[in-house]
Design a protein around this ligand. Structure first.
Ligand code: TRP
Ligand code: SF4
Length: 349
């Protein structure tokens, strides 16, 4: 049986990239927080995955991991409702990664879209490494070792879940023997993430320096929004604008109420409001979302041990499940060299 409880097992991970921003919240975290109520949820910090690109300088690895955890807790992931853990504390992921790598054709990996894209786009690092090519195999191990039913991910990760399904099928084909299967095929759950613009109008991203961080205090949020680009045709206060052609308008669509949205459309198109006023409204809304998060975060910032304890307890729980799966994997692959009766007697002498 894949998962004895009637709840769906949900698993997802985030690379340990440090503090999270609003884009991470609406693109993933908000959805995770919602899912933890109804499902058997596992969320983990993919610190080994961070190493596939940031292998040369690991000085911030630990700090980046804890920052992610603090933002998760701040956003409302609750250790009473979901399991939070860190990849590197579950060595079985590495064992399964190795075994899956034996059966994964190179062509499958070379065809993964993120592989080609990132190798071409990230020029400042040498991504011609074994680990980087194998990234999706490690991700498959992350997913299969918990026999996840559902993997909530963004669009860019759907191909990785698809590959996971193919690897599961191939594994089952070779080794399931009399069982129906060892690994159930997980389904990707595409998180409907609106494209969140950053202050420069490009997609919000930490590396562009255009992001509103979940930890930004109110004055910083307001200052960042003040500098945000607007409808380029609205230069003077008396020019009419169009929220549909404005990144601030896009933020309103994601965060603001219908009423505010109506005021924005009306005021912008008639030049009845100024951009400063309009930006203040969206800042109000964002501050309202961030305030309770920052309040929750304080408790853990003041006492980081609390957060580590949550991560350690989650990791212990994850290790149990991963260990049971690996036992099954070893058995199905003929790797369970458990001593026979004679050998057992010998060892007792
Ligand atoms: N590759 C994912 C990302 O960059 C992170 C990740 C690693 C993941 N392992 C996973 C996501 C397993 C879902 C399931 O966002
Ligand atoms: Fe953009 Fe608002 Fe200015 Fe219109 S009023 S251009 S929506 S910032």
């Amino acid at each position: 049986m894949a998962n004895p409880s009637t709840k769906k097992r949900v698993l997802s991970g985030m690379r340990s990239t440090g503090k999270l921003h609003l884009g991470n919240y609406v693109g993933a975290l908000e959805n995770w927080v919602r899912m933890q109520d109804e499902n058997d949820c596992f969320f983990f910090i993919a610190d080994w995955h961070a190493l596939t690109t940031d292998y040369a300088d690991t000085s911030r690895l630990k700090e980046n991991s804890i920052e992610v955890l603090l933002d998760w807790l701040a956003a409302g992931l609750n250790p009473a409702k979901c399991v939070m853990f860190i990849q590197s504390h579950i060595p079985a992921h590495a064992e399964l990664h190795l075994l899956l790598s034996m059966i994964t054709p190179l062509g499958w990996l070379e065809r993964v879209p993120t592989y080609k894209e990132q190798k071409e786009n990230i020029k400042e690092k040498d991504l011609g490494t074994y680990g980087f090519l194998g990234y999706p195999v490690l991700q498959s191990a992350d997913i299969l070792i918990y026999k996840a039913d559902v993997v909530p991910v963004g669009e860019d990760q759907v191909a990785h879940v698809e590959l996971t399904r193919e690897i599961a099928r191939r594994f089952n084909g070779f080794y399931a023997g009399k069982r129906k299967y060892v690994f159930p095929e997980p389904a990707a759950l595409l998180t409907p993430a609106p494209r969140l613009p950053g202050t420069d109008g490009r997609k919000m991203s930490k590396s562009y320096g255009n992001a509103v961080m979940l930890t930004d205090p109110e004055p910083v949020v307001r200052q960042k929004l003040k500098t945000m680009v607007t409808d380029p045709r609205r230069i003077k206060r008396t020019d009419r604008g169009d929220p549909d052609a404005c990144p601030v308008g896009d933020l309103h669509k994601i965060f603001s109420t219908k009423e505010t949205m109506a005021k924005v459309y009306e005021g912008c198109r008639s030049a009845g409001i100024g951009c400063i006023e309009c930006k203040n409204w969206v800042a109000d809304t964002i501050v309202k979302i961030l305030n309770p998060m920052q309040e929750r975060r304080k408790k853990y910032e003041d006492n980081p041990r609390l957060a580590w304890d949550i991560l350690e307890a989650g990791s212990a729980r994850a290790r149990d499940i991963a260990g049971a799966t690996m036992q099954e994997v070893r058995e199905s692959m003929g790797l369970d060299y458990s001593p026979n009766d004679d050998a057992e007697k010998d060892s007792r002498q």
